[in-house]
Write a protein that binds this ligand. Structure first.
Ligand code: DGL
Length: 264
């Protein structure tokens, strides 16, 4: 028996591709619909109310159109703000992406960790709770950056960031009091693993970068365990707005096996 239902992976832009690579590895037979809300990008500078209204509505439309078996919200901003709203609005399993504070705290010898996310994510009570639960004996320094999100978008369109621009962004984290002792940084935005090499080069030595991608793939595999898969898995990207920005991504999307493009 074949089951054609795809896995729906959702983000404001290209960030979710960093999660998709882990899902592909864990579930190579899955069909994927990768949805990027480019009409709403960026999420990180929006208000909580905007995100909480926008994300469930958009996911509702995507579910009607693509009938996924599971939704992966591959976005920390959307998850830390709207995960509960989405779960109550949709009758489907939903995997969220939340900052990997716990693994970073387990790794840190210095007991000083950085959380690099969007401005919206780093101010969320959700993050306060993760810190209180898993890193209460650590000093946790947070930095939100919209520039870093833009740099990841540009990189996937063929324009890698300059080392100077990268250092300026990271200065916002490492120049905080105690920042020179950070030995683990949570990449708390799914865009940032796409810049892991550049972030690592511009960081002080011996800083471990930690993200949630593998954990999300494991959770998705667990939720779909025992299910049938399509005979011929497909990969498509869907954008909420048609523009040149989406078109410029074609080569990057192909590299992730997303060979068809739709618009909502
Ligand atoms: N990729 C997203 C995240 O994980 C959001 C980026 C943005 O749209 O600001 O937070």
């Amino acid at each position: 028996m074949s089951d054609e239902r795809p896995i729906l992976v959702f983000d404001s832009g290209v960030g979710g591709l960093s999660v998709l690579q882990h899902i592909r590895r864990a579930l190579p037979k899955a069909s994927i619909v990768y949805a990027a809300d480019n009409a709403g990008y960026p999420y990180g500078t929006k208000s909580e109310a905007e995100i909480a209204a926008r994300v469930p509505a958009l996911l509702g439309r995507l579910v009607e159109r693509y009938h996924p078996r599971v939704i992966v919200i591959a976005c920390n901003t959307a998850s830390t703000i709207a995960l509960a709203h989405v779960r109550s609005a949709l009758d489907l399993p939903v995997v969220g992406t939340v900052p990997a504070v716990k693994p970073a705290a387990l790794l840190s010898k210095a007991r000083v960790i950085g959380v690099l996310g969007t401005e919206a994510t780093v101010r969320q009570p959700y993050v306060d709770n993760l810190v209180a639960e898993f890193a209460s004996d650590c000093r946790v320094l947070r930095h939100g950056s919209a520039d870093l999100v833009d740099m990841a978008e540009a990189k996937l369109r063929g324009e890698p960031p300059s080392p100077d621009a990268m250092r300026r962004v990271l200065d916002g984290l490492y120049s905080q009091p105690g920042g020179d002792q950070i030995d683990a940084v949570v990449l708390a935005c799914t865009h940032f693993p796409l810049l892991a090499r550049e972030i690592s080069t511009a960081s002080q030595p011996n800083v471990a970068l930690v993200d949630s991608g593998e954990g999300i793939a494991r959770r998705t595999a667990h939720l779909t365990k025992g299910q049938d898969w399509p005979t011929l898995p497909t990969g498509r990207a869907v954008f909420s707005k048609q523009d040149d920005w989406a078109k410029a991504l074609k080569p990057a999307l192909d590299a992730y096996g997303l060979t068809k493009i739709d618009y909502l």
